[in-house]
Ligand binder design. Structure first.
Ligand SMILES: NC(=O)c1ccc[n+]([C@@H]2O[C@H](COP(=O)([O-])OP(=O)(O)OC[C@H]3O[C@@H](n4cnc5c(N)ncnc54)[C@H](OP(=O)(O)O)[C@@H]3O)[C@@H](O)[C@H]2O)c1
Length: 318
């Protein structure tokens, strides 16, 4: 198979295309012929930092590191204990999180419990765009945020991968949704159904609203999270995507009399099944704004690394 190996942590030039044997599956695994790969910020963070690679692999860094967690494709082979999938099935999933998903490859081995049948409404590109971002948004809005009808919910980076799913899920639950992004993304964000748009570059967002019930903070900055705490009403809930910030924000949370919880997304076919239902009923849809070929995968990662991606960036595999 063809794959991108991470030769050593660092810049994009360290992703090198290589020809390797296809993975050998265990009895509870499925071998997927890759059709599309979703690119996420964690791919870039692990590429850049040996510490983050060590953290995500819980210290078990293999000799050959293949990045990538999101995949959509066709089942090629199933292990003896697999009953839910058969060769030819179209599937998608967030693979082996935490751990290495190794989806930057033309064949991927995945635990059957981490996969779901691809909803018919999605092509392979849209399906590969979905798992990590939608499952993170689900955990933030539904599982941890427990967003309810008519609550005022502020979603930062509503134009990003996680944010654009979080907006759609919160709207589905009947919340009043305010999304932030820069002005160039206004029509994208309002098109998702937000009730208000805040251009965070025009004026600090905390000068543009107050007293919200829930903030979903997707920004990788303690200072930004502290500003989010300042716009919550007493008893409000902060959901943040950088769980390692917990100790830095505990005292400010207490002082503001609000709660705060960090998200860490895990592979789960069950959660993907819930998301698949919302997709089938047309309540949520991934928005893919750029598609690259397999040879252009490093270019796709560079766009995600810029922090300016709108919606999702996907690599198509022939
Ligand atoms: N803990 C977990 O389990 C978990 C899971 C998934 C993701 N994450 C993390 O969550 C973060 C977001 O992920 P993502 O996939 O949504 O990222 P993304 O798609 O790369 O986000 C890009 C978007 O962020 C917007 N943005 C950047 N700075 C902003 C700011 N200060 N205020 C408002 N919008 C801003 C940009 O809009 P403009 O160009 O208009 O600024 C752009 O559209 C990443 O740090 C990722 O690592 C954590």
């Amino acid at each position: 198979m063809e794959a991108y190996l991470l030769e050593q942590n660092g810049g994009i030039e360290n992703l090198k295309k290589a020809t390797l044997p296809a993975p050998v599956i265990k009895t509870n695994e499925v071998l997927i012929k890759t059709k599309a790969i979703g690119i996420n910020p964690i791919d870039v963070q692990v590429r850049n930092s040996k510490d983050i690679l060590g953290m995500i692999t819980q210290g078990n860094i293999p000799p050959k590191v293949i990045l990538g967690w999101d995949v959509a494709g066709v089942v090629e082979q199933t292990g003896d204990d697999v009953t839910d999938f058969k060769p030819g099935d179209e599937v998608y999933g967030l693979i082996n999180m935490p751990g290495l998903g190794s989806t930057y490859a033309t064949y991927v081995a995945a635990g059957a419990s981490q996969l779901m049948h691809k909803p018919a409404a999605l092509d392979f590109i849209a399906a590969a765009a979905t798992p990590m971002a939608a499952m993170t948004a689900w955990q933030a809005v539904v599982t941890l945020g427990q967003v309810k009808q008519d609550e005022k919910v502020l979603i930062h980076a509503a134009s990003g991968g996680v944010g654009h799913f979080a907006v759609q899920i919160a709207k589905y639950l009947g919340a009043y949704v305010i999304g932030t992004a820069s002005a160039k993304n206004k029509s994208f964000v309002t098109g998702l159904g937000t009730d208000e748009f805040i251009d965070y570059t025009a004026k600090p967002f905390e000068q543009q609203l107050q007293k919200v019930d829930v903030v979903i903070d997707t920004i990788n900055s303690v200072e930004h999270i502290l500003r989010s705490i300042s716009v919550l009403k007493k008893g409000g809930r902060l959901i943040y995507l950088q769980p390692h910030f917990q100790s830095a924000i505990e005292a400010p949370l207490q002082a503001a009399e609000v709660s705060g919880v960090g998200v860490f997304v895990n592979s789960s076919g069950k959660v993907l099944a819930e998301i698949g239902e919302l997709i089938r009923e047309h309540h949520i849809l991934p928005e893919v704004t750029q598609v690259f070929g397999f040879d252009e995968l490093p270019q796709a990662q560079s766009i995600v690394e810029s922090g300016r991606a709108t919606g999702k960036i996907v690599v198509s595999v022939n």
